[in-house]
Design a protein around this ligand. Structure first.
Ligand SMILES: [Zn+2]
Length: 170
């Protein structure tokens, strides 16, 4: 083989699948609850689990393809748990076959340790579009502070900041 193809993330697909899910769920205002989307729309249970200490330090959560459930580290910061659930839903919606394969990697707490697979970027984009879709952000971003937006959208302040920077360059 001459060279490996580096596959680029398909952010457009991640966005359209997230918006489709919001539309199908009839959700038009924040906060978006990814647990109800998982359980009521996609019929995927979300389990909050106490990991053993060595795993709890490292792992945010994962999609368990065998049981078709999302497993979340019970000891993590709640707003981070929300993002984990949305990220893993992204794998379920976009990459289910891969998520059931040995290549799949659980979501780690330290993003620097995460593999750089294009699917991780797509799952992050899916999560951002599900929890902070542009049409909702447009309504509020100019009038509210970062902490107010964090409370309204039920996501962390760093997640809000990353989204503001991505959408509006601020
Ligand atoms: Zn992932």
């Amino acid at each position: 083989m001459m060279s490996a193809t580096i596959q680029k993330p398909n952010y457009g697909l991640a966005q359209s699948r997230a918006l489709e899910l919001l539309f199908n769920a009839g959700i038009g205002v924040p906060p978006v609850n990814p647990i109800s989307i998982a359980e009521e729309i996609l019929k995927i249970p979300v389990r909050f689990v106490t990991f053993k200490a060595s795993e709890s330090e490292r792992i945010s959560g994962f999609y368990d393809g065998e049981d078709d459930v999302i497993v979340v580290n019970r000891d993590e910061f709640p707003l981070r748990q929300t993002f984990t659930i949305a990220h893993e839903l992204g794998h379920k919606v976009l990459h289910e076959e891969w998520a059931r394969s040995s290549e799949y990697q659980v979501l780690l707490r330290n993003p620097l340790e995460q593999n750089r697979d294009f699917r991780e970027k797509e799952a992050d984009a899916f999560a951002a579009n599900l929890l902070m879709p542009r049409f909702m952000m447009d309504e509020y971003y100019s009038d509210l502070s970062h902490s107010e937006l964090s409370r309204l959208f039920a996501v962390s302040v760093p997640a809000i900041k990353a989204r503001l920077s991505f959408l509006y360059g601020i």
